[in-house]
Design a protein around this ligand. Structure first.
Ligand SMILES: [Mn+2]
Length: 238
């Protein structure tokens, strides 16, 4: 039994199959957490989402909401201008959604609305909080010299889920504040090529959080799709 974490698959169905093949993902024994942004930038967005959903329905994967899932939800709700979504990488997903019947759209909207914003998981030796973007610096809950990550996320989402999901504040907040976080946090959202000094696509590990968006949506900038095996810390890239 192995637990895998991945994020920011961005419509790249082909590489997701390669990744599952590389890790020999076994739905009878393994579990995978997807930390958001299955959609947009790629060429097979809904095909990839449907594939992930089959595993979700079988209880073998869990999808946490990313900003690109929210963009699709907002488009389906009529609250996002298509031109804006296109600018944010949604052109192909938009065309795929426009092919759907109205009942399929309704079903997709309900699914996207119901996605969780975070998940807390425990293994024998560690407890982690998984979420797409991290923290919204305008909504931080601190008490007893601790930064309450779960309450901070709840407050940020209650205030404005869009603002929460597009935030990259965790990478900008002072370390004195980050080190007070009461959970070890795993995020995606910001391609690690922007964070690594050598601009490589290696996952970023810090004392208090890690970033596992290795840039599957930005192959032209050296990005890859990847996953992290929680059991032994091994990283896999395709
Ligand atoms: Mn994102």
């Amino acid at each position: 039994m192995a637990i895998y974490l991945t994020s920011d698959l961005h419509g790249d169905f082909r590489h997701f199959l390669k990744l599952l093949n590389l890790i020999k993902f076994d739905p009878d024994k393994d579990f995978m957490y997807v930390l958001g942004d299955v959609l947009d930038r790629g060429s097979e967005n809904l095909k990839l989402l449907d594939y992930v959903r089959k595993y979700i329905d079988a209880g073998k994967m869990l999808l946490i909401k990313g900003n690109h899932e929210l963009f699709a939800q907002m488009y389906l709700q009529g609250s996002l201008d298509p031109r804006q979504w296109i600018l944010w990488g949604g052109r192909q997903t938009l065309m795929e959604i426009n092919e759907l019947s109205s009942s399929q759209r309704e079903e997709l909207k309900t699914f996207l609305c119901g996605l969780p914003f975070y998940q807390i998981i425990s293994t024998a030796d560690k407890t982690l909080l998984l979420t797409h973007s991290g923290l919204d610096a305008d909504h931080i809950v601190e008490a007893d010299n601790k930064l309450d990550v779960e309450e901070s996320i709840k407050m940020a989402v209650a205030n404005d889920e869009f603002q929460y999901l597009v935030s990259n504040d965790i990478h900008y907040m002072p370390w004195s504040q980050i080190k007070k976080m009461d959970y070890y946090v795993v995020v995606g959202h910001v391609p690690v090529m922007r964070l690594n000094e050598d601009a490589s696509c290696k996952m970023v590990h810090t004392e208090k959080y890690m970033c596992i968006d290795t840039g599957a949506g930005f192959r032209e900038s050296g990005g890859k799709m990847s996953c992290y095996r929680l059991d032994d810390g091994k990283e896999f890239y395709v």
